[in-house]
Design a protein around this ligand. Structure first.
Ligand code: ARG
Length: 465
């Protein structure tokens, strides 16, 4: 392809191979960075004007030209071309085309290397803010469910077997805690994203006395990057984001797995809203939990992107290498996947209805209060190991005669241990069991309500910060 349009054509004598031109171009995907590229260029030009490297007139022409280009792009009235390789050169060429010679001065003291690193950071910072908002919306939905279902009893499971009774609200608060940590990680990651590469130029910095603090301030970056080589070459901030995203997706995938199990005919613990399910083209009775299944499935691509980014980085010598162009697609896909999965969950969760009677029936069937009976015997002076043995025998009787522990008569229970008295029935009920777990972090409805109240205040605080 003809090199004459290319800004770097000067030292070349041969044309670019046609396939190589498309092979090396990133425009198909990096045009998504256009608003950030333009914001970065406006700040750079403003700073160049401020330090006298551009006249006021030139600076104004550049800023207005870039604003006009942004409008064109938003109106979808911009011809992107692979001949100009990437978003940076497409926009710069259009600027020169639009305002003439002043446009040729924009790239003073800048390289595409610090430019692209800046664009990706600005993009990711804005996406982190959107993702955090979705995360908080989901956290708030979980708190709503926890408050509403603070006393809805369900079987708590270990090894997927009935273990001890818990409340549905307590279970929702467990998910809340996981997401809270995800939000904290994301906020921490944002701090390292919000550092400005501009001024690093190609790799060594620049001989112009750029006011990097001013550019950083104009773009809302906390500080300019402290080392020019590092600034243009590392993508650890993107990898860190992908690892935060992977953890969140891992959590969402676990929630999904539970929702899928719970909504199955075998469990019947919850009803998923119709609007979030689909039917089968052949089996008329089916209502499939598509949203959680897709979220569980999409987790794989986010993990994959994390590995793509780690592998992309691992063998690169300093400073910038073209390898880094490969950071965009996995990063964009991670951002979109995470944001959409959180959105679907935040929209769906407020409409999830637990089926209280099915959950109670399942808890009863599984002898969920067996530990409570053992604890009762310990309080009456029996050693825990002996108590364990006694309760095991009582459970055996229950299994043989198809009764819950609370349905076995006092006389029968006393055959296993004379320490059992009529007050035992208060602790053999599911309500008695959950109410007794009344300590910080426990499943007692009172504690769940308190945890949800504290979490609400915390979430309000996180939203403000
Ligand atoms: N499209 C390139 C990227 O995404 C921009 C930087 C190009 N720099 C260079 N020296 N070729 O990384």
């Amino acid at each position: 392809m003809n090199t004459e349009n290319k800004p770097w054509a000067g030292r070349f004598t041969e044309e670019t191979d046609a396939f190589v031109e498309t092979f090396t171009a990133s425009i198909e995907f990096d045009k998504r960075l256009a608003p950030f590229d333009i914001a970065g260029s406006i700040a750079h030009a403003t700073m160049l004007g401020h330090i006298g490297l551009l006249s006021d007139k030139e600076c104004k022409a550049i800023v207005q030209g870039l604003e006009g280009i942004l409008e064109d792009i938003e109106r979808d009235d911009f011809h992107w071309t692979a001949e100009l390789e990437d978003v940076h050169m497409n926009i710069e060429a259009r600027l020169i085309n639009r305002i003439g010679d002043a446009g040729k001065k924009l790239h003073t003291g800048r390289s595409r290397n610090d430019q692209v690193a800046t664009d990706v950071r600005l993009f990711l910072r804005s996406e982190i803010d959107l993702i955090s908002a979705e995360l908080q919306r989901l956290q708030s939905a979980l708190l709503g469910l926890a408050e509403r279902e603070a006393d809805a009893i369900m079987p708590g499971l270990t090894h997927l077997q009935v273990a001890q009774p818990i409340t549905f609200g307590h279970h929702m608060m467990a998910w809340y805690e996981m997401l809270k940590r995800d939000g904290e990680r994301l906020a921490d990651c944002r701090k390292r994203v919000n550092i400005m590469p501009l001024g690093a130029a190609a790799l060594a910095g620049t001989s112009y006395a750029l006011d990097r603090d001013l550019t950083a301030k104009l773009l809302g970056f906390s500080v300019p990057a402290a080392n020019s080589l590092d600034a243009v070459s590392d993508r650890d901030f993107a990898i860190e984001f992908a690892s935060c995203a992977s953890l969140t997706m891992m959590h969402l995938s676990r929630f999904s797995e539970e929702l899928i199990l719970w909504s199955s005919g075998q469990f019947g613990f919850i009803d998923l809203p119709d609007a979030f399910c689909t039917g089968s083209s052949i089996m008329p009775q089916k209502k499939n939990p598509d949203v959680p299944e897709l979220v569980r499935g999409k987790t794989g691509r986010v993990f994959g992107s994390l590995f793509a980014l780690l592998t992309l980085m691992k063998s690169q010598p300093l400073a910038y290498n073209k390898d880094n162009q490969e950071d965009k697609e996995p990063l964009f896909d991670t951002v979109d996947t995470l944001k959409h999965c959180l959105r679907a969950f935040a929209d769906m969760m407020p409409h999830v209805r637990p089926n209280r009677s099915a959950m109670v029936a399942a808890a009863k069937k599984g002898y969920a209060t067996a530990t409570d009976l053992a604890d009762y015997l310990v309080r009456k002076g029996v050693a825990f190991r002996d108590a364990h043995e006694i309760v095991g025998k009582a459970v055996r009787l229950g299994l043989d005669t198809q009764r819950d522990l609370s349905e076995i008569s006092l006389a029968e229970l006393q055959k296993f241990s004379p320490s059992i008295e009529s007050d035992v029935f208060a602790i053999l009920t599911l309500e008695g069991s959950v109410t007794a777990r009344d300590l910080f972090g426990g499943t007692a409805p009172k504690r769940v309500r308190e945890a949800a109240r504290l979490a609400r205040a915390e979430l309000q605080g996180a939203k403000k910060s």
